[in-house]
Design a protein around this ligand. Structure first.
Ligand SMILES: [Zn+2]
Length: 133
């Protein structure tokens, strides 16, 4: 499925339908995250594919930005219950600004995770804890 201008969301493995049941939540998370990182919005991710998979993405990580392929991989495995709990907003940062050494002070800002907290409000089974990722 596509959200925004063209960001493609694909599922791999046994990803529960609830993860993508409401595309507007995915749109909002990507759009707000892209803006946090200085982009105009989700349009900055229009060439991207976000792959949700039930397996870990490798290297002990729950998410990975794969620049050569304009792809973001996110694990939907435990302990995550919903997209807002994952590090998707973090991986969007790598897509927008690169900075794989995390030198930009915005990585450490409370504002980054509080965006996910705000977006998760009112969503059942989706409690985002401070510094979840
Ligand atoms: Zn990172």
């Amino acid at each position: 499925m596509r959200v925004g201008e063209g960001t493609c969301i694909i599922l791999e493995g046994d990803v529960a339908e609830r993860w993508v049941a409401d595309p507007s939540r995915i749109y909002k998370l990507l759009d707000v995250s892209a803006r946090y990182w200085g982009a105009e919005g989700i349009e900055a991710l229009e060439s991207y594919t976000v792959k949700l998979q039930d397996e870990p993405v490798g290297g002990g990580n729950s998410g990975k930005h794969w620049g050569e392929c304009d792809a973001i991989l996110m694990s939907t495995g435990a302990p995550y219950q919903c997209l807002e709990q994952t590090a998707l907003a973090h991986e969007v940062g790598h897509a927008i600004v690169g900075d794989h050494d995390h030198k930009d002070p915005r990585w450490q800002s409370d504002r980054l995770w509080s965006l996910a907290v705000e977006l998760s409000e009112g969503v059942s089974d989706c409690v985002v804890s401070p510094r979840w990722w």
